[in-house]
Design a protein around this ligand. Structure first.
Ligand SMILES: *[C@@H]1O[C@H](CO)[C@@H](O)[C@H](O)[C@H]1NC(C)=O
Length: 252
């Protein structure tokens, strides 16, 4: 249950949104460009895009955010781990993206050199998928195939970027050195329908067990997960900031 995968929804969506919100060159009419370092403006733009554009907007290359379509998620944890499972989440759809709000932005000043931070939160994020699971969760066997609902309650996501500045042909670029994320949740709620070929008593028991032990499950998955997303995001963000000059993303 790489349920923290839900945080990835936020990251993918946020990245798209931040760039769009701030990319002066491509802004839709109802969004004004931000001056570098104007954290209020940056927060406002991110929130405007999330609140008003979650249906997507082709005129500026934003795909639909709600529900948020993701690639299949396949997790294999080896048998020595407390969570020794093979889990496939197919056709995953993320809900709750439209209710995300940027709370705090630090950095993104005139000079991209240094640390930048974005804190974004939502009341809940839900991932609905067609799942298939097999293995053991904290010693209990688990097996099944059907619909799943994994929900993070009150997730707060902190995105931290360490960067340096580079000048090329009169343009300033942000070179990302390190990209880190952290996702805190109040609770995680899991529901796997049709476990053990639809054996209701057994299925209900396992679902209760998972939910009682959500903290262990979450903890077990978040470290490898953070690394994985941080790497993926690092690549994506690097690509973007490498190709779009910083001075076109923000007014300097
Ligand atoms: C998914 O689970 C959450 C938390 O229990 C619940 O609020 C939500 O209604 C569920 N969504 C669906 C489609 O079942």
């Amino acid at each position: 249950m790489r349920s923290s995968k839900l945080c990835e929804i936020v990251l993918e969506a946020t990245c798209a949104v931040i760039l769009i919100s701030c990319s002066a060159a491509k802004l839709p009419d109802d969004i004004k460009p931000c001056v570098a370092g104007d954290d209020k403006c940056i927060i406002e733009n991110i929130n405007t895009v999330l609140a008003k554009k979650y249906e997507g907007d082709e005129s500026f290359g934003l795909s639909k955010l709600e529900p948020f379509k993701m690639d299949d998620i396949i997790i294999s944890q080896d048998s020595t781990r407390p969570l020794a499972i093979h889990l496939a989440l197919r056709n995953p759809l993320g809900y709750g993206v439209k209710d995300l709000t940027a709370r705090k932005v630090k950095g993104f000043g005139k000079n991209p050199d240094g640390r930048h931070e974005i804190i974004i939160a939502a009341p809940a994020l839900t991932l609905l998928s067609d799942y298939k699971i097999d293995g053991k969760v904290l010693i209990l066997p688990i097996q099944g195939e059907g619909k799943s609902n994994i929900t993070l309650v009150q997730p707060v996501i902190r995105i931290r970027i360490d960067a340096t500045s580079r000048n090329e042909n009169g343009n300033t670029f942000m070179d990302i050195k390190e990209f880190r994320i952290e996702c805190k949740v109040k609770r995680m709620i899991m529901q796997f329908d049709n476990l053990f070929n639809g054996d209701k008593a057994l299925g209900d028991n396992i679902n209760s067990f998972l939910n009682e032990n959500w903290q262990e499950i979450y903890a077990e998955l978040k470290v490898p997960f953070y690394d994985a997303i941080a790497n993926a995001m690092n690549v994506a963000a690097k690509q973007v900031f490498k190709t779009i000059p910083y001075n076109e993303i923000f007014q300097i």
